[in-house]
Design a protein around this ligand. Structure first.
Ligand code: ADP
Ligand code: G6P
Length: 486
């Protein structure tokens, strides 16, 4: 569905600093950087969300409200690459309570099946409320009358309700990028009703996976006595639509990278640098306990110990992107992972021949694409993941239909990439079998699986996701205008 620009309104809104489209996310779509002369500057963040929303934001001259990533005062609003950016200030206390506390030590683990124990702290809840209100007030200030406001992710679940109180004229969408848990888990949250009411302030609530949508419907019925029919939730005299919109990647751009001669040359060089092994197994994750890194290393270690994988012919590359490093659970995970890597290397490596290459850093997209091209097997085995874009990036990179994807059933992507070697990462024997099957797959088997996944992704790219959600929200707005006029 095409998103239509509104040229006349665009001019008017630029003059009045009010916008017909406002996006809110914890982070702004730009990162601090330094230019060629060493001066500080902003660069567009590499993430899929930014890529997806960029054309729409530009055509509608939209505004993006978010945190610039450091504690302290916010920079004044500025325009970057055609998008109006409105930074939100977080104090050191806000970072502790709202971001590292309630968002990432309570909600993040709870929504990911409590694979780590969620921590409940009353002071963090206050911090979460306060910062959510700050975001809602900022949106209320800059949104034009009747504007569409799109709120993203678990940091901002109270914003739709707060914003609706401040500005009932707005059309509000919310998209959750992470899983939404079943009733029994969600009900552990001391703020459970408040969060649910916050989300129900939206007109359209989107999830990655049908099970998340079902959980939301059940919770609305169970906790708030809402009436649910055909995906619509009736609550306090309003209708809220909840539906599934699986996010994707910029497939064409990923393919362009994959076909770039410099990227292909780099992929060949990576294989040489790894010692030209028969098999390269790759894993790329933020260093997060949801990603199943330890289980995967255990599976690899047992396969080497049992002689089912030959350490002279096999290399695993584990890219572990630094993340949320001040939070205890992340520090503890890093220590455990690094201990496991050194144990495996100590037991199975030889001089000049490492079994595990552990890379604790970020890479640019071209280097990541070269790694995807260099990998015979991609192991994506999170214990729980909203979607997992790395799995989609790997498939989109394999333009010649080679390569093998081992994918956790507990990643949202498994609902779409059904031809992958699907595994339960808790079942170590099953995980080991899937890895060896993927290692042993011949070219015909690889193509049989890769071809349909690639065809699926070409039809379901990130543009379809963004325009699908926005188009639905636009459509709801039109339905209501028509109903009001009738
Ligand atoms: P999550 O959102 O939980 O981090 P995803 O797999 O959905 O997991 O998305 C991760 C995104 O981060 C992908 O687009 C991926 O390309 C990017 N990424 C992964 N590893 C790195 C890295 N080492 N450096 C930079 N970006 C990375
Ligand atoms: C996940 C979340 C995003 C978040 C990202 C990186 O993908 O869904 O909202 O931005 O992780 O985490 P960070 O804490 O660094 O923003």
């Amino acid at each position: 569905m095409a998103i239509t620009p509104h040229p006349a309104r665009t001019l008017r809104q630029a003059a009045s600093n009010r916008y017909d489209l406002v996006v809110l996310a914890n982070r702004l779509p730009v990162d601090h950087d330094t230019d060629a002369d060493g001066r500080p500057c902003w660069r567009r963040s590499p993430g899929g969300l930014v890529t997806a929303l960029h054309p729409i934001m530009k055509s509608r001259a939209g505004a993006w409200i978010g945190w610039h990533g450091r504690p302290g005062p916010a920079p004044t609003p500025f325009v970057h690459d055609g998008i109006h950016l409105h930074p939100i200030a977080l104090t050191g206390d806000d970072v502790d309570g709202y971001y590292e506390g309630q968002s990432n030590a309570t909600i993040w683990p709870l929504y990911h099946d409590a694979v780590e124990q969620p921590v409940f702290d009353r002071a963090w809840q206050d911090g979460y409320r306060k910062v959510n209100r700050r975001f809602a007030e900022a949106a209320a200030r800059v949104a034009a009358p009747g504007a569409l406001v799109w709120v993203h992710d678990y940091h901002l679940q109270l914003v739709p309700g707060m914003l609706r109180e401040l500005r009932p004229d707005l059309r509000i969408g919310f998209f959750l990028h992470i899983p939404f848990p079943p009733v029994e888990l969600f009900c552990q949250l001391p703020m459970r009703e408040e969060i649910l009411r916050g989300l129900l302030g939206a007109d359209l609530v989107g999830f990655q996976h049908p099970s998340a949508t079902r959980n939301f419907h059940s919770l609305a019925e169970h906790l708030l006595d809402a009436k649910v029919t055909d995906g619509k939730i009736w609550h306090e005299g309003r209708e809220v639509v909840a539906d599934t919109f699986p996010i994707s990647i910029d497939v064409a751009d990923q393919q362009r990278l994959a076909l770039d001669p410099a990227v292909r040359a780099r992929a060949a060089q990576i294989r040489r640098e790894l010692g030209d092994p028969r098999t390269v197994i790759l894993a790329v994750d933020r260093l997060d306990y949801t990603k199943g890194i330890e289980r995967r290393l255990s599976a690899y270690e047992e396969l080497l110990a049992e002689g089912r994988l030959d350490p002279a012919e096999t290399v695993m590359v584990q890219v572990a992107v630094p993340t949320r490093q001040r939070i205890d659970q992340y520090q503890a995970l890093r220590e455990r992972v690094e201990r496991a890597v050194s144990r495996i290397n100590g037991d199975h490596s030889g001089i000049g021949r490492l079994c595990v290459h552990y890379l604790h850093r970020s890479y640019d997209r071209a280097e990541l694409a070269a790694l995807y091209l260099a990998a015979d097997v991609m192991a994506v085995t999170p214990l729980r993941d909203g979607m997992n874009l790395v799995a989609k990036e790997y498939v989109a990179t394999r333009t010649d239909h080679t390569g093998a994807l081992v994918l956790s059933e507990f990643a949202g992507a498994a609902a779409e990439l059904e031809e992958a070697w699907l595994v339960n990462p808790h079942d170590l024997d099953g995980l080991k079998d899937a890895v060896t099957d993927a290692v042993d797959a011949d070219a015909e088997e690889q193509r049989r699986r890769m071809e349909p996944m690639r065809a699926y992704l070409r039809r379901h790219d990130v543009n379809r996701w963004a325009t699908g959600f926005m188009g639905r929200l636009d459509g709801l707005a039109e339905d209501w205008s028509a109903a009001a006029a009738a």
